[in-house]
Ligand binder design. Structure first.
Ligand code: ZN
Length: 185
């Protein structure tokens, strides 16, 4: 089932999300719905607060980058209670990011090019991995959502000011997207 996506200005996107327990009611169904939602919106990552659930759950589909990065082939991951343990690199790279919760906006964001990550998958199997490239990029963007951050928090104040009109329109409920959203009241 496709779920509507929360938009910048919705307080849930600013909340610190809660850890997920094994017995969280409807978890399997929520994950399946998030994959349906991500596919319908043609995104590469989605965090639970973006579908109205303030819990530490993220899905990633890096397969659109498989041509440039072979590691992204078949790379679909469900991350439960994920944590970035370290950034095993000196290298920060920029990439033009967008976000399904900020329709119509994209900006260059600098982030470390490698992460050491710990998470549980949809079967609560523990993983400890090192990701680089787009896997590192998407996981950092999505984990930010679990701590109430969005990518425009990471751009320069000047760039953010230039986006001011678009951001305040979103906050006032005037967002539009080619996928289902929950406009702010
Ligand atoms: Zn996002």
């Amino acid at each position: 089932m496709i779920l509507p996506i929360t938009v910048y200005g919705n307080p849930i996107l600013r909340k610190k999300a809660q850890p997920v327990s094994k017995d969280f009611a409807g978890l399997k169904e929520l994950i399946a719905n998030m994959y349906d939602t991500l596919a319908a919106a043609e995104g590469v990552g989605l965090a639970a607060p973006q579908v109205g659930q303030s819990i530490r759950l993220v899905i990633i589909d890096a397969t659109p980058f498989a041509e440039e990065e072979p590691e992204c082939k078949d790379f679909k991951r469900t991350l439960i209670n994920p944590e970035i343990l370290s950034y095993p690199t000196e290298n920060e790279v920029k990439f033009n990011e967008g976000c399904l919760s900020l329709p119509g906006i994209s900006e260059d964001v600098w982030r470390p090019d490698k992460v050491e990550i710990h998470y549980f998958d949809e079967n609560f199997v523990e993983h400890h991995e090192v990701w680089d490239g787009m896997r590192a990029r998407i996981s950092q963007h999505e984990l930010d959502h679990l701590d109430g951050k969005v990518f425009v928090d990471r751009i320069s104040p000047i760039r953010r000011r230039l986006l001011g009109g678009k951001l305040s329109a979103m906050m006032k409920g005037k967002a539009s997207a080619r996928y289902k959203i929950i406009n702010n009241k």
